[in-house]
Write a protein that binds this ligand. Structure first.
Ligand SMILES: *Cc1c(COP(=O)(O)O)cnc(C)c1O
Length: 362
């Protein structure tokens, strides 16, 4: 492959700050974690930020903090990464899948309404591909119905929607710092919230059921969902680069759009929010997405399909056999294709990739 899907931007800055961890011999949550938290607080304006080992556990702990009772349901978009749904199951929820908007790919309020039952306790909007998509109608609906909102903002670090950071629009939100995300710690995640009650539960759940380390009195049930200061250190170095990553990815996204705008047989993403996006992938839709993917692979371009819908996943159809068809999620999986979008791509790389796409369609 000449062009991979991801290429994490790690180098000297990360190396230097890691060296400092070793020099000072501080490996567990400590000075670098404190820096990471204040940086995340500054970026998200969330009152409480909790570091966790990855984005999946961020969802799991945040969902546990909602205190689900047996039979409680959570409405989750079918078009998302598997972890959104598996974390909900592990936390004790029954996942109920709904459809998404065909343009923004985020949870569709009309579809949510059809899925609300007496057992519905929460709704999980998922930000897809780092677009600054408004959730006003979803939030209004959930507030009216008394449903909790947990935002999976794994792909949306640095994305602001009407000046509020993604993940702070509902009750609690989660971020991921996996190697392919906007900024990375290798593995890593965070929970953000402005809700004092949820925050105090998350604090105990995360750290062995106690307020602080170093005491052996445990008032409640908790686990170890802490990180290392090594992860935090890498995160600190990465977050310094967020403004550059953001503007570079916006530029590349627009460049892709320019190059591909004359192809009649594909659907391109809208550009209306690009100045507020931190694009996670470039993507297009085509009825020939599979053939195009193979064609590009033969020419050194690694692609990714869109998510396989949750309501069709073998694991969930086995556990919850009664699933309605969700046409938008199915359509997106059939047609969607992601092209490489990362900061080591040059303008020429993007035009090279686009030339292959153009030649496929001509
Ligand atoms: C990456 C991702 C996750 C999981 O995060 P990890 O850090 O990989 O565990 C959850 N939801 C979405 C939408 C993601 O893209």
């Amino acid at each position: 492959m000449k062009y991979f899907q991801v290429d994490p931007q790690v180098g000297n800055d990360e190396y230097e700050i890691l060296k400092d961890c070793f020099d000072k011999r501080w490996l567990t949550e400590g000075p670098k974690t404190a820096l990471l938290l204040s940086k995340l607080q500054e970026i998200t304006s969330a009152e409480f930020v909790f570091p966790v080992p990855n984005g999946t556990l961020a969802l799991y702990v945040a969902l546990l903090a909602l205190n689900p009772e047996p039979g409680d349901e959570i409405i989750i978009p079918s078009f998302t990464f598997y972890a959104s749904a598996s974390a909900a199951v592990f936390a004790g929820f029954k996942p109920v899948f709904c459809d998404v908007d065909p343009i923004t790919f985020t949870i569709d309020p009309v579809s949510i309404e059809k899925k609300i039952s007496k057992k519905t306790k929460a709704v999980m909007p998922v930000n897809i591909y780092g677009r600054a998509v408004t959730l006003n109608r979803v939030i209004d609906l959930c507030r009216r119905k008394g449903l909790k909102i947990i935002e999976d903002s794994a792909q949306a670090v640095g994305v602001y929607i009407n000046n509020a950071h993604s993940g702070t629009l509902g009750d609690v939100g989660t971020l991921s710092f996996f190697a392919d995300k906007t900024v990375t710690m290798g593995e890593g995640g965070a929970i953000i919230t402005n809700d004092h009650e949820l925050a105090s539960r998350i604090k105990l759940l995360r750290n062995q059921g106690r307020e602080n380390s170093g005491t052996f009195i445990h008032p409640s049930l908790g686990m170890n969902f802490r990180i290392t200061d090594l992860q935090a250190a890498v995160g600190v170095a990465q977050l310094q680069k967020l403004p550059d990553i953001r503007s570079r990815k916006q530029k590349l996204f627009k460049l892709y759009h320019d190059h591909l705008s004359n192809i009649r047989d594909i659907i391109l993403p809208t550009l209306n929010t690009i100045d507020n996006d931190v694009p996670f992938r470039f993507y297009l839709q085509s009825e020939e997405s599979n053939e195009l993917s193979k064609y590009l692979a033969d020419r050194g371009v690694q692609t990714r399909s869109f998510f396989y819908p949750m309501h069709l996943q073998p694991v969930f159809t086995k556990m919850y056999p009664e699933q309605d068809s969700l046409p938008v999620s199915e359509y997106l999986f059939r047609t969607g294709l992601c092209l490489p979008l990362h900061t080591s791509l040059s303008d020429t790389d993007v035009s090279d990739i686009c030339n292959h796409v153009k030649s496929y369609f001509s």
